[in-house]
Design a protein around this ligand. Structure first.
Ligand code: NAP
Length: 280
């Protein structure tokens, strides 16, 4: 880091490209930079325009970007090189500017694996259902395949999109209308990779009772705020994996890609939890 300190008069700029981005990533990365005394700063860019964000990154020399909805898949066409994970998942949540060359990574899959490990979930012999077929679902399927589950089922509101993803990933598609209590009782892991549970998710809720999950089942809700699903899972004795844990774990390798330094997990986690407590 000392060479960077000498070279630069201003901090290196990192940020989040998204639409109405929350302050959670800002809080984590800023706390990490502060903890290690690094000459980096993190901000947010509220835009629908993926291309403009990445052109600005290249032209203005931003060091690293986190990408969120709706940029993760759209960004691929503007990136120069993709990591193996990003290429297979077909989505990038982390872009690094290496002297004008934009490198796309995907740390969401690590976030999924680490959040599941934290609750002691082991894949072998287990059955999972992934709910949703966007970028987050792709990262979850990638991570679950590495955990060698017995079977992974996929459902999606728009059936054609779900079908295509299931075919591409060589997993089984279950029509949305068939996702009922009887099927859910037979799985060990449920992964919500949709925004259901957010106040503005703009649609109906789940097509099943939230009380269906019980002891012996793990419910991973990627939504980064406390949801009714997670609350009911806790009450009913199943194991909850709230999305905020994934958010933390995807940010650690992202921080390391930005700074080339080991992420200070404790400081970043504390800042994340403090910031999350202020969100209503
Ligand atoms: P995306 O690419 O826009 O995909 C959204 C998916 O959700 C689609 O499959 C969509 O179905 C489905 N969906 C949306 N609204 C729905 C509704 N009301 N009912 C049923 N299905 C609905 O988004 P994404 O990037 O995959 O992200 C999905 C969620 O994961 C978001 O809430 C995001 O914030 C969260 N996430 C969290 C983390 C974390 O670190 N915790 C990381 C990544 C993503 P259709 O195909 O029918 O439209």
């Amino acid at each position: 880091m000392s060479s960077i300190n000498k070279q630069l008069a201003y901090p290196r700029v990192c940020g989040l490209l998204g639409v109405k981005p929350s302050r959670l990533s800002y809080a984590m990365h800023t706390a990490g930079f502060r903890e290690l005394g690094l000459p980096f700063t993190y901000t947010a860019f509220d835009t629908h325009n993926t291309q403009a964000g990445l052109v600005a990154m290249r032209e203005l020399g931003f060091c690293g970007l986190s990408l969120t909805i709706p940029h993760k898949e759209q960004a691929l066409q503007f990136i120069d090189q993709l990591s193996q994970e990003a290429r297979v998942i077909k989505a990038t949540n982390t872009v690094i500017n290496s002297q004008g060359l934009l490198l796309g990574h995907n740390t969401d899959c690590y976030g999924v694996t680490a959040a599941l490990e934290e609750v002691g979930f082991s894949g072998k012999g287990k059955r999972a259902l992934v709910f949703g077929a966007g970028g987050a679902s792709r990262a979850a399927i990638f991570a679950l395949k590495r955990l060698e589950l017995d079977s992974i089922l996929l459902t999606n509101r728009t059936e054609e999109k779900g079908h295509l993803l299931a075919k591409e990933c060589k997993i089984e598609f279950v029509p949305y209308g068939r996702v009922r209590e009887r099927l859910l009782e037979k799985i060990e892991l449920f992964v919500n990779a949709t925004p259901i549970g957010l106040p503005l998710s703009g649609g109906k809720g789940y097509p099943f009772s939230l009380d269906v999950f019980s002891s012996g089942q793990t419910v991973f809700d990627m939504v980064t705020r406390e949801t009714e699903l997670i609350e009911r899972v806790r009450q009913n004795g199943a194991t909850p994996v709230p999305g905020i844990r994934m958010l933390l774990y995807q940010a650690l390798p992202q921080f390391e890609l930005f700074t080339e330094q080991k992420a200070p997990k404790e400081a970043m986690e504390k800042a994340l939890l403090e910031e999350a407590a202020t969100v209503d």
